[in-house]
Design a protein around this ligand. Structure first.
Ligand code: ADP
Ligand code: MG
Length: 730
């Protein structure tokens, strides 16, 4: 298909899109209109019902049936006023997407007519026939039902005509079948452990919440072009495509003016996001052409994850209006940067203190150091599990490349804080400290943190886990991931260290050591044990890979081996100790991950094989025929000598094309055979390993040949939009 045709299509799309994007006079007027937030609850619920919801959210109290009826009635009234006709439990099964099954409010009544109905039991619990969600064998037993249960800590919202009630999804026997359940549990455990630690510093703290600010990267392409790429349509990434002559070398896309067509789309998206109470703050062009980012102001972690999932749905929907297609895949285009989701993570108390922000007094700073060091110790101990929590087939394409996450975990804290940690390690000892030693330590080391920190803005973009002044930024997470999962692992790892910390401090205090001194001593041990995870240099360099290996930090190699991290004793102990997963659930998740990997790879391999055989080879042959026709014509015109002298290039091209055709054909056939063989392997983890080892190399080789063909074959004949057409929206 020719370039002209695509340009025409694009322009058609742009004209159509201009009709949309009504910007309200003042955004704040419509902020949150589609969320059943506290203000609406106050308006639509009795004060008794309001109090019950509050207690459920803040104290985890149960909501009884009578109250549930009242709450449902209030929610229904509000939703009907907003034009909703349906409701759904909205949950996060173990797939890449969220799930919803809409039910109409309307119910017929005897004798004719109908009423809108929404009872408390429907709000609190539903039983979707969910037997076809991934369950890792958890539901193959006699009882195949699962149920969704309302998560009142995340407010209900309306998208289009449907009231969505955020929910967890569990099997009939209570095993979690989603990302939200273990995430919520991890937040509760973290809160308990963190409150206990806070008590050493401030008795007023009764609650601690993890906060998340998620920076979401994504690509945008014209939807007509998207539809002409079966690989994008079926796998969310291009399985072939020669790099455009100009891609991101000039570094002219990052933070550049947003193309007007994309701007119209973003504005439209933002208006709808604000109505959903999602405080979008940042928008900008990312590094790769057609790559963008949005980031809301951070909020409580469970809500932040829900918001992110809502935004993924919303962005896709709004894009349709603009004849655009949003791609959340981590690596949709070869040769340009992929997309991640930076997870800015911190802890906040009900006294409104950010526990990862150095305070004004040495006391606050000691508290800061405690949480800072506990996090470092947590990431150190579970560095491999954390890397594994971000691994997927999609994200594996970004990993270890010269962009985004290195394959091995490390933490960047900056020079200043590195020095503080060193000093504590050196100055503190097991021996009783003199009053002088204590004072100098507090004043010189701890007390000076806030003064020196503002200079500490050196950002290391190559670190998968960086301290950025008042939070840690977990950057290795993939753009399409449900953050509930990596966040759960991080929360769990930190909880474990906080518990160890308070246990150790309590023990020392019981032995008669003064509190501050006990804290310093435990901090010193933590620092000593975990400092090998600290790395200030270039995380992308090959030297670091060697150095990390020397330090005993484990790099993830491929998806199946990363998946095995769940089954390791350290991970099992962590999950079981905190009651996050039973052994059965761990095994189920392991199986689900492997299954997803195999299935996705299988789909990609099929699409690539099909395109190679029914798009690419026929195109190559057509071009060969053109060349043959041309040669035959030249034979009639040229003398024998002239013909021999002048037709070399055509004949060379013919030969090259033939060799690529043979190569592609053979490799596709071999790849199919390899798949057939792999499919006979009963054990899913072994099947995943075989898929990874045998199918991925075939795919790379086939792509390589196709990309070579793309630059020799006549552009008019090439059946797929090229990178230069896909990637440069204006
Ligand atoms: P950058 O690209 O420089 O990292 P952005 O402004 O794009 O920064 O995004 C930073 C994100 O970090 C925002 O979502 C912001 O709200 C969030 N953030 C700031 N402070 C905290 C915190 N204490 N806890 C969690 N997230 C935070
Ligand atoms: Mg960032």
């Amino acid at each position: 298909m020719s370039t002209f045709r695509f340009q025409a299509l694009q322009e058609f799309s742009t004209r159509r899109a201009e009709r949309f994007y009504p910007t309200p006079a003042r955004i704040s007027d419509s902020y949150g209109v589609n969320v059943f937030d506290q203000t609406k609850m106050k308006k639509y619920l009795s004060s008794e019902a309001f109090e019950v919801v509050r207690a459920a959210v803040e104290e985890g109290k149960k909501i009884d049936r009578r109250m549930a009826d009242q709450i449902a009635a209030g929610m229904k009234t509000w939703a009907l006023e907003r034009g909703a006709t349906h409701y759904t439990h909205w949950f996060h099964p173990l797939t890449d997407a969220t799930a919803e099954k809409h039910e109409a409010f309307i119910e017929p009544v005897k004798g004719g007519g109908a009423v809108e109905n929404f009872r408390g039991d429907l709000l609190v619990q539903q039983e979707p026939d969910a037997s076809s969600f991934p369950n890792g064998g958890l539901r193959n037993t006699f009882e195949a039902r699962g149920y969704t249960a309302w998560d009142p800590s995340s407010p209900a919202f309306i998208i289009e005509d449907t009231l969505c009630v955020p929910s967890i999804f569990v099997s009939y026997t209570g095993e979690a079948l989603d990302h939200k359940t273990p995430h919520l549990k991890s937040l509760q455990e973290l809160e308990k452990a963190a409150v206990k630690v806070c008590q050493y510093f401030d008795k007023n703290v009764t609650r601690v919440q993890a906060t998340l600010g998620l920076e979401q990267e994504y690509f945008v392409v014209d939807s007509a072009l998207y539809r002409a790429r079966p690989d994008l349509m079926q796998t969310d990434r291009t399985l072939m495509g020669h790099t455009a002559a100009k891609n991101q070398q000039l570094e002219d896309h990052y933070f550049a003016a947003i193309p007007s067509r994309v701007m119209a789309f973003m504005k439209d998206f933002e208006v709808e996001a604000y109505k959903l109470g999602v405080p979008l703050k940042t928008r900008h062009n990312e590094v790769a052409p057609n790559q963008f980012e949005f980031a809301p102001v951070y909020t409580e972690a469970n809500l932040a994850v829900d918001h992110n999932q809502m935004m993924i749905i919303l962005l896709r929907r709004i894009a349709k209006r603009h004849k655009l297609k949003v791609i959340f895949h981590e690596k949709p285009f070869g040769g340009v940067n992929g997309s991640g989701k930076h997870c800015n993570w911190s802890l906040r108390t009900d006294t409104d203190v950010n526990l990862l922000s150095p305070g004004k007094t040495p006391r606050n700073n000691l508290q800061f150091l405690t949480f800072f060091v506990a996090t470092i110790r947590a990431v150190y101990e579970h560095h491999y599990l954390l890397m594994s929590s971000i691994m997927s087939l999609n994200n594996s394409h970004r990993l270890g490349a010269n962009e985004a996450p290195p394959a091995v975990m490390s933490i960047f804290v900056g020079k200043t804080l590195s020095k503080v940690l060193d000093e504590i390690e050196q100055r503190v000892s097991d021996k009783k400290m003199t009053a002088d030693e204590k004072t100098t330590l507090k004043l010189d080391v701890v007390g000076k943190i806030p003064e020196i920190l503002p200079d500490n803005t050196d950002r290391n973009r190559t670190s998968p886990f960086a301290f950025t002044g008042n939070r840690f930024e977990f950057r290795a997470v993939g753009s399409s991931a449900n953050v509930g999962f990596p966040s759960m692992v991080l929360n769990a790892a930190v909880t474990q260290q906080l518990k160890r910390f308070s246990d150790a401090v309590d023990k020392l205090i019981a032995k008669g050591v003064k509190k501050d001194e006990a804290i310093f001593q435990v901090l010193r041990t933590f620092i000593k044990e975990s400092k090998t995870i600290l790395f200030e240099g270039n995380g992308y360099s090959s030297e670091w890979v060697k150095e990390a290996n020397k330090r005993g930090l484990r790099a993830v190699k491929d998806v199946p081996s990363a998946t095995d991290a769940f089954l390791e004793s350290g991970a099992k102990k962590l999950f079981e100790e905190l009651n996050l997963f039973t052994e059965k659930e761990i095994e189920a998740r392991h199986e689900i991950q492997n299954e997803a990997f195999v299935k996705k790879l299988q789909i990609e391999a099929r699409v690539l094989g099909d395109l190679a055989i029914n798009h690419i080879i026929p195109t190559a042959i057509r071009y060969q025929n053109l060349l043959i026709e041309n040669l035959q014509g030249l034979k009639d015109i040229y003398s024998k000598e002239e013909y021999a002298k002048l037709t070399g290039p055509q004949i060379d091209t013919l030969r090259i094309i033939s060799s690529y055709i043979i190569d592609i054909k053979t490799k596709v056939t071999d790849m199919i055979e390899a798949r057939k063989k792999a499919n006979t392997i009963e054990d899913i983890s072994k099947r995943a390993v075989t898929y990874s080892k045998t199918i991925i190399p075939y795919m790379q080789e086939i792509r390589d040949r196709i990309d070579h063909l793309e630059i020799i074959v006549d552009d008019e004949l090439w059946p797929l939009p090229k990178y230069r057409e896909l990637l440069f929206l204006r």
